[in-house]
Write a protein that binds this ligand. Structure first.
Ligand SMILES: Cc1cc2nc3c(=O)[nH]c(=O)nc-3n(C[C@H](O)[C@H](O)[C@H](O)COP(=O)(O)OP(=O)(O)OC[C@H]3O[C@@H](n4cnc5c(N)ncnc54)[C@H](O)[C@@H]3O)c2cc1C
Length: 417
């Protein structure tokens, strides 16, 4: 995660505060007694909570390219989740005392607020720890319940709010986001044909995709949503899953490394060459723009090597490296270091780019001694990590311990849940 605020963060913070700022003259400043303070805090919390809910809906959209001001789709969605969860912590009807919270049934807008709160609770329930890890597809479908919560919350707020325009503004942004995803997003999909399916290791293949019309323009290490259309697929036909583009932007083929991690990715191991896929994107901002002129250190683990494969192929295609780039490939054992031969061949041809493998089963977790041997100037470098969450957390601790400022460590996890 990148810790410095992006332009998108500031826009989001301004949008969250907008309805409260507009309402402040009406809310006034609370009188000097506890009841008035509680009512004021409750109203402010209700206003902020609803603004968060509407913005959570607006930020849940995927429009290729729109995620970059936020530091990539994963980061934008982390913001989106934080906003939605923050709302759950704000009892939506709390603005005033108990008699206002449970009024006669004739006060419809208040009861709509309660219904919105219930819908939100229903939506968030699968994420509570004691239910275990939610299934991704179920979690995705449940987002429709959150759309109902959004409509109910708007119906609750509009009659009660003194000034309606901020709610219309945020509400329309949320509804437009949902409408775009449901009705318009198919236009952003491009048709590709699977040219070859190349085995890389047990349970890992690389799909080579040829464009059947307009071709995707992307940066190194970005990702796409891939929906395979092969009728013989045992699972995941027509289902969208995110995959990193492992090819260089200059390559007219898209190359995608796919590891068997579940039903859909297992089925893709034997997808039929010649069949079609739909590709939507590009998304993400793995390498960002860091004009620091520093040498770089890339640390890729498991299937998290794919953004760096794209990065290395891009350096080769451009025939140049600005400064030095060291790629550390973290794998369990040599047989799991797919792409390593190709990466080593690139390193031989390209001055400034080098690669070294680290095998967990031989050396344990990557440690200070390994860094001191292979990257003694680590504290001076711009660092990119991509791997499983536990690996990223370990590397981040190690690097910070070696004096690398947090702002120079950029990490990605290939999982949105
Ligand atoms: C930005 C990004 C880039 C990725 N790049 C690659 C890559 O280059 N190569 C690769 O092999 N894998 C990549 N993945 C992971 C890949 O998306 C999952 O392995 C795949 O979606 C699993 O689906 P499944 O049905 O086979 O497994 P499931 O059993 O459904 O899920 C296995 C894991 O994948 C996650 N997952 C499932 N469906 C989705 C989805 N639609 N969106 C997000 N996460 C999902 C689940 O949370 C779970 O942790 C990437 C993921 C992300 C978020």
């Amino acid at each position: 995660m990148k810790h410095h605020p992006r332009a998108g963060d500031l826009a989001l913070a301004a949008a969250v505060l907008l309805p409260l700022v507009v309402a402040l003259p009406r809310l006034g400043w609370p009188a000097d007694d506890a009841g008035a303070w509680l009512a004021w805090v409750g109203r402010a919390a209700g206003i902020l909570g609803l603004a968060m809910l509407l913005l959570a809906a607006a930020t849940s959209i995927r429009v290729p390219g729109w995620d970059r001001p936020f530091g990539g789709l994963a980061r934008l969605w982390r913001l989106h989740h934080a906003l939605a969860l923050a709302l759950a912590a704000v009892p939506l009807g709390m603005p005033v005392a108990v008699d206002v919270l449970f009024p006669p049934l004739s006060r419809g807008p208040v009861w709509l607020g309660w219904l919105a709160w219930l819908a939100m609770l229903l939506f968030l329930a699968p994420t509570f720890g004691f239910f275990g890890r939610p299934r991704y597809q179920t979690w995705k479908r449940l987002h429709l319940v959150s759309a109902a919560a959004l409509l109910l919350a708007l119906a609750h707020a509009l009659p009660l709010a003194g000034e309606a325009w901020p709610w219309w503004l945020l509400g329309l942004a949320g509804l437009a986001a949902i409408a775009w995803r449901k009705l318009g997003s198919h236009r952003a999909r491009l048709a590709y044909r699977i040219e070859t399916v190349e085995p890389l290791a047990r349970g890992v293949v690389e799909l080579v995709l040829a464009p059947q019309g307009r071709r995707l323009v992307h940066e190194p290490g970005q990702f796409v949503y891939l929906a395979p259309l092969d009728k013989t697929l045992a699972a995941g036909r027509g289902e969208e899953h995110p995959y990193t583009i492992a090819s260089a932007p200059a390559d007219d083929r898209l190359r995608i490394g796919i590891k068997d991690l579940g039903d859909a990715s297992h089925a893709l191991q034997s997808v039929t060459p010649g069949s079609m896929v739909q590709v939507e994107g590009p998304y993400g901002d793995v390498f960002g723009r860091h004009p620091s002129g520093r040498h770089r250190l890339w640390l890729g683990g498991g299937i998290g090597i794919t953004p760096f494969v794209s990065g290395a192929r891009d350096l080769l295609a451009r025939g140049m490296v600005e400064g030095k780039v060291l790629l550390v490939y973290l794998a369990n054992r040599p047989q799991r270091a797919y792409y390593l031969d190709e990466l080593e061949a690139i390193a031989e041809r390209l001055p400034g780019f080098s690669v070294v493998a680290h095998y967990y089963l031989e050396r344990g977790a990557l440690d200070v001694a390994f860094l001191a041997t292979h990257c003694p100037d680590v504290a001076e470098r711009e660092i990119h990590l991509c791997g499983p969450p536990a690996m990223n957390a370990h590397l981040r601790r190690l690097l910070v311990g070696q004096g690398v400022p947090r702002s120079r460590i950029h990490s990605e996890v290939l999982d949105f849940l």
